[in-house]
Write a protein that binds this ligand. Sequence first.
Ligand SMILES: *Cc1c(COP(=O)(O)O)cnc(C)c1O
Length: 357
Amino acid sequence: MKRHNFNSGPSILPQEVLRRASEAIIDFNGLGLSILEIGHRTPWFTEVIEEARALVKELMGLDDTYSVLFLQGGATTQFMQVPLNLLPVGGQAAYIKNGIWGTKAIKEAEVFGKAVTIGDTSDRNHSYIQKDFPIPEGSSYLHYTSNNTVEGTQWHELPPAGDTPLIADMSSDIFSRPAAFDKHALIYAGAQKNAGAAGATIVVIKKDILGKTGRNISPILDYQGHIKAESMLNTPPVFAVYVSLLTLRWIKEQGGLVEMEKRAKARADLFYEALDQLEVFKPLVEKEDRSLMNATFTTTNKELEKPFLELCNEKGMVGVKGHRSVGGLRVSMYNAMPVASVQALVDLMTEFNKTSQ
Ligand SMILES: *Cc1c(COP(=O)(O)O)cnc(C)c1O
């Protein structure tokens, strides 16, 4: 059966990336060794990580005032590592609260100082993005989640940060569109949604923001140490970094972020147009804030949800169920998703709509 992979993360990767990654497990670049068997300080691997770091910068159009790291621990560890490295002792930072991931980031920041919550959308289950608010004075940075993977909303412009350094959790929409990356002081993302396999975490840092907290930072968690060691402070996740490299090369070959955005819009337009037309389904978020990556919706009659999911299952549509904290339905349409998969889902929804009324 042909499967259509709407998983939210880990999620769909380009077939070409999967093929090359599996080849490298048996024989990496004709060396007669597996990628899993080579030392991380060998030229074979340092070339991999160097190219991957350079491609991140190239795709984002960033200069050498930025450093790119491949770390471990996922985006969740960055919820802690960001305030540890950037929130001054006795200081405060502003955090936009418009989803469960941003809320978790706030909890971690509160361990190190004051996290002032702004743009809070919990009054309506984070079904919209609040875009107009002042930044509390004395904030060392403003943290936001560019795409709310669970709730299905996305920032389509930058938050109003003014002169306050901007920090973004881009885990679920990194490399999906061009953006003013150079307006950010720090960007991070777990690789497993749009940038590779689970195990690698990409962190992009404007170097001059570091070293100002007055705090003693554990060496293994210190961004400055990682930058100095070029992501080799300890053994990096070698295979995951390689999968990220293959994914980054694929994005570049396909036409870069401009092309990724074009494809994302085509998929999302197709899906949302059907969603708005079919009577038995309804969207969960406001139109102007809808995510191009993760669409959340439900059935107008709650009882139809189960039979719809069963039908999806039967037809090889994987990952259509909503996150356990929100319920309902969700489809994730990351970079590697062919528009044909979205068309197949839309056809199925259209058929279900016809037979369920
Ligand atoms: C998936 C996700 C996370 C969590 O990532 P981990 O790598 O599991 O820690 C954090 N933020 C966003 C926006 C996500 O989509």
